[in-house]
Write a new protein. Structure first.
Length: 509
C-alpha cells in the first residue's frame, strides 16, 4: 500500500487494517491504529510504520484512546517469506527471549549485525525493539484480561525484571501498569479468575470468523491429546496438550457466537509463565487469527467457481500447527488414506506419548515425541510397510537432529529439507507449508478431496485448474474446496465414495 491508500484507510477508520500498519502523528507525538476514533490528522503530519516498534523507535508513544497494541497481528509475516517475515514469526514465538539475538540470527543463517541491519531497513526497528514490542503486547493482554500479579505478568511477557517491565509499559503506553489494567475494566473486558496454574484471556481477531476451523480440528482430534465440542447454541471449543520450550501445558479455546462481540477465549492450564508468549503465538497461528479475511474473501470472490462458497462461508481460516514435528508425522500418516483412518492410526500411536503433568478430562497425555515414535512406531503403526518405514525414518531424523525445520523456514527451505525423505512428496511439503508456516499460496491440486471439491463447485470456463487467478490466497481456496467436498451427499453417492476410498492406493514417494 502506498501513502495515500493508507491515509484513506485511516480517514475511513477501517478496522480491517488494524495491526497491518501504524499511524504516527508528529503534531501529537503519538501513534495509533488505523481505526482510531480521533480526528483524522493532516496528511503532512502523518508517517506510517510497518510495526509499533518502529513507531516507538522514532520517538512516538502509543495512543491511550485506541491502544494500538490491542490488535490482531499483521498477516504480512505469513505472506512474506523473506528474512523479515521469517524473523517475525520466530520473534513472536519467543526465540529472542530464549536464545537472544545471536540465536535468532543463527536460525536464520545471518550474523547478528547483518540481521539487525536487515530488520532495521525492512521494518524500521532492530530485533530487540521488535521483541520488546511483542512483550508489550503480551503484557497488555495479561494486564487487562487477568488479575495476575504484576511480577507474574512481567516474567510471563518475557521481561527479565519488574523494573524493565515497568519502564517498557511507561515508555510504550505512557501509563503505569495499574492505569493500563484499569483500561480493561472501563472497556468491559472480563478478567480471568486468579489461579496459580490457569489463566483466561480473549484473543483478538478480524471479522468475519468462520467457526468451521473448529470442525476441521475436531474430526482430526486424537483422543486423550485433543478434545473438541459443539454445543446446542453454536458454541465451539477445542483443547489439547502440547509441549513448549520450558515444559508442557494444555489449553482450550472457546468461540461463543451468541455472546456480544463473539469472543474467542483462551484458557491455558499448567503453563510455565515464561512459555506464555510462545503459547499465545502458537494458538494464534493454529486458528489463523492474524489473517485479513475480508481482503482474502474479496480476492477469492472474483473467481466464479468460489463466489458462492465465499458468500456461504465468509472468513474461512487455514488451520496452523502448534508443533511442526508433530504436524509432519500427521501429514505422513494421513497420506492417501481417509481422515478417519488417519485418526485411527494416530490414536494407536498415541499410547506411547508421555502422560500429561496436570491431566484434565479428555486431555491425559502428550503427542509422542519423534524419539518415542522412532522406538515404538513399527510396533503400533499398521498399513503398507513402506509407509511405516518412511514415518519411522522421519521420526529418527528429527529425534537425532538430522532434520530440523520450523516457523523460521520458508517454502523453498521446507522443500530442500523434506523432499529427500522417503515417502515425502510435493503434497506433504505443501500441506506442512500451509499449516506450519501459514503459507497462504499453496494449492494442493493432486489432493483427492480438492478434486472432489472441484466437481461440486460451478465450472470455470477458461480459468486455470490451479486457481492462479486468486494468488496469493490459494491456501484459502484449498480450504473452500475441502469444505465443498465434505458437504453431505445422498446415500448412493456416499456409498460409491466409500467404495472408492476403501480400495488400495499406491504409497506416494
Amino acid at each position: 500500500m502506498d501513502f495515500w491508500q493508507r491515509y484513506r484507510a485511516i480517514d475511513a477508520r477501517d478496522t480491517r487494517f488494524d495491526g497491518q500498519f501504524f499511524t504516527a502523528v508528529s503534531s501529537t507525538g503519538i501513534y495509533c491504529r488505523p481505526s482510531c476514533p480521533a480526528r483524522t490528522p493532516k496528511a503532512e503530519n502523518v508517517t506510517f510504520y510497518e510495526t509499533s516498534a518502529a513507531a516507538h523507535e522514532a520517538g512516538y508513544r502509543a495512543c491511550k484512546r485506541c491502544l494500538p497494541e490491542a490488535v490482531p497481528g499483521t498477516p504480512a509475516w505469513n505472506i512474506r517469506s523473506d528474512v523479515a517475515g521469517r524473523a517475525m514469526r520466530l520473534i513472536n514465538d519467543g526465540v529472542i527471549t530464549r536464545e537472544g539475538v545471536d540465536g535468532l540470527a543463527q536460525r536464520l543463517g545471518y550474523s547478528a549485525r547483518q540481521l539487525n541491519r536487515i530488520l532495521s531497513h525492512e521494518l524500521g526497528a532492530g530485533p530487540l525493539s521488535l521483541a520488546r514490542a511483542s512483550r508489550a503486547q503480551t503484557a497488555r493482554a495479561l494486564l487487562v484480561s487477568t488479575n495476575m500479579l504484576f511480577a507474574d505478568v512481567a516474567f510471563a511477557s518475557g521481561f527479565n525484571s519488574v523494573r524493565q517491565f515497568n519502564d517498557t509499559i511507561g515508555e510504550v503506553f505512557a501509563m503505569t501498569p495499574t492505569a493500563l489494567r484499569a483500561t480493561g475494566a472501563r472497556s468491559g473486558v472480563r478478567r480471568g479468575a486468579v489461579a496459580p496454574t490457569a489463566l483466561t484471556l480473549n484473543l483478538p481477531y478480524r471479522e468475519p470468523f468462520d467457526p468451521g476451523i473448529f470442525d476441521f480440528l475436531a474430526v482430526r482430534a486424537v483422543p486423550g491429546i485433543e478434545v473438541a465440542r459443539t454445543e446446542a447454541d453454536g458454541t465451539r471449543s477445542y483443547g489439547r496438550t502440547l509441549r513448549l520450550p520450558r515444559g508442557s501445558a494444555s489449553f482450550s479455546v472457546v468461540y461463543s457466537p451468541s455472546t456480544p462481540g463473539k469472543p474467542l477465549q483462551l484458557t491455558a492450564t499448567a503453563v510455565d509463565l515464561h512459555d506464555l508468549p510462545a503459547l499465545l503465538s502458537r494458538v494464534r497461528r493454529l486458528f489463523d487469527l492474524d489473517s485479513d479475511p475480508q481482503a482474502i474473501d474479496e480476492a477469492l470472490g472474483t473467481d466464479p467457481r468460489l463466489a458462492g462458497s465465499i458468500t456461504a462461508v465468509p472468513g474461512i481460516r487455514v488451520p496452523g500447527a502448534v508443533d511442526p514435528q508433530e504436524l509432519l508425522v500427521r501429514a505422513m500418516i494421513g497420506q492417501q488414506i481417509t481422515v478417519a483412518a488417519a485418526r485411527t492410526a494416530l490414536t494407536q500411536l498415541s499410547v506411547v506419548g508421555s502422560l500429561a503433568e496436570t491431566p484434565t478430562p479428555g486431555l491425559e497425555r502428550q503427542f509422542p515425541t519423534p524419539a518415542e515414535i522412532a522406538e515404538h512406531g513399527r510396533e503400533l503403526l499398521r498399513g503398507p510397510q513402506r509407509r511405516i518405514d518412511s514415518v519411522v525414518a522421519a521420526a529418527e531424523a528429527m529425534a537425532t537432529g538430522a532434520l530440523e525445520f520450523g516457523y523460521g523456514d520458508d517454502v523453498a527451505a521446507l522443500e530442500r529439507k523434506l523432499l529427500p525423505l522417503p515417502g515425502v512428496g510435493p503434497w506433504t511439503v505443501g500441506y506442512v507449508a500451509m499449516r506450519v508456516l501459514g503459507a497462504p499460496d499453496v494449492f494442493l491440486g493432486n489432493d483427492a478431496a480438492v478434486r472432489n471439491g472441484l466437481r461440486v463447485l460451478p465450472p470455470g470456463a477458461g480459468l486455470s485448474s490451479d486457481f492462479r487467478e486468486v494468488s496469493p490466497w490459494r491456501s484459502y481456496a484449498t480450504m473452500h474446496l475441502w469444505r465443498a467436498a465434505a458437504k453431505p451427499k445422498d446415500a448412493s453417492a456416499e456409498k460409491r465414495q466409500d467404495v472408492r476410498e476403501d480400495r488400495p492406493k499406491p504409497v506416494r514417494t
